[in-house]
Design a protein around this ligand. Structure first.
Ligand code: PMP
Length: 316
């Protein structure tokens, strides 16, 4: 019998990555919500911190400070706990309360700056990061973010696809843009014709038309076009948008029909990927990602006043 782990792991950070790739509605979906700390962000958190250590930017006893809409905060808090750093998460109010609680559970301090969008938190984290003994990974601007996706996540997906199959399209929402542009770079090396589709909320089409508005697809469209996207965005072929309502409905479908309990951004990724397949039947191998776990949204969508909308049972 072979197991995923052939030997004793040093710590939880060894369990990051190597997530399954499953076919959902004819689309290849990378189950990134299965990473430790519950999201795709575990990958860049570990990578950015280890690169900073190698470059001497982060030393024992230092404080990591980062602006985040939540998942990167959870992931960095986990990495900081394992490695013994102090962690300060700077985030806006109005996001899922679970993500605040999860950062605190890992021992991080949470500072609230601004409302819903990350702009104000970003300013604050940059300012604090300049203090002695502090390091700000700056996920929205960091080339290490793009690099992790190009050298680790992208090749991992390519290796999982059936033999001889290369991706025709990648569909990914833009938070920092690291996933879309880094994985996109890896895919372009395997298939120069691969089409890259950026996805953003229909209510807040920041890339397409500079809009910044409230939406429910937490983790993407944080209120500005990130530095990473400004530098690498020219490689994107199309920008698509998905409404928060469609994203949440698809989130419920993922759990009920496929047993995949993920957050609204995963629903949005599925909706966008389905549309790409419908509109471009020539694109046969469409890849997307399910980025964070549904447990992070229990209060908003699954408990208390906000019960999941009723759906006819498939068994009657
Ligand atoms: N979905 C969720 C739930 C996220 O937390 C993020 C990251 N903020 C993304 C999608 C987008 O990833 P990226 O930052 O690489 O664009």
């Amino acid at each position: 019998m072979t197991t995923r782990y052939q030997s004793v792991s040093e710590n939880i950070l060894d369990a990051i990555g190597d997530t399954p790739l499953v076919e959902v509605d004819g689309i290849f979906a990378k189950l990134e919500f299965l990473n430790p700390s519950g999201s795709i962000k575990a990958r860049i958190a570990k990578y950015m911190i280890e690169r900073a250590e190698e470059d001497g930017l982060l030393k024992p006893g230092d404080t990591i400070v980062e602006a985040t809409s939540g998942n990167t905060g959870n992931a960095l808090a986990m990495v900081a706990a394992v490695k013994g750093y102090r962690m300060l998460v700077v985030m806006p109010e109005g996001l899922s309360s679970e993500r605040v609680a999860i950062s605190r559970a890992y021992g991080a301090e949470v500072m609230f700056v601004g409302d819903f969008h990350v702009n104000a938190a970003l300013e604050k984290a940059r300012e604090l990061g300049r203090q002695p003994g502090h390091f700000c990974p700056s996920q929205f601007d960091s080339e290490w973010n793009v690099e992790e996706n190009r050298v680790i996540l992208g090749p991992e997906i390519l290796a999982q696809l059936p033999e001889g199959v290369v991706p025709d399209a990648l569909v990914a929402g833009v938070g920092t843009g690291g996933t879309l542009l880094g994985v996109g770079q890896a895919f372009r090396e395997a298939n120069p014709d691969v089409r890259l589709f950026a996805m953003e909320p229909a209510e807040s089409r920041t890339i397409l038309c500079g809009e910044v508005a409230l939406h429910r697809i937490e983790g993407i469209s944080d209120g500005f076009v990130p530095g990473i996207f400004q530098r690498h965005g020219a490689m994107v072929d199309e920008v698509t948008s998905v409404s928060s309502e469609d994203a949440v409905e698809a989130m419920h479908q993922l759990a009920r029909r496929h047993g995949l309990f993920c957050g609204p951004s995963s629903g949005a990724h599925l909706v966008a990927a389905r549309r790409v397949r419908e509109r471009h039947p020539d694109l046969r191998t469409v890849v997307t990602l399910f980025c964070d776990e549904g447990e992070k949204y229990l209060q908003d969508y699954f408990m208390g006043k906000a019960k999941a909308p009723p759906e006819p049972s498939p068994f009657v």
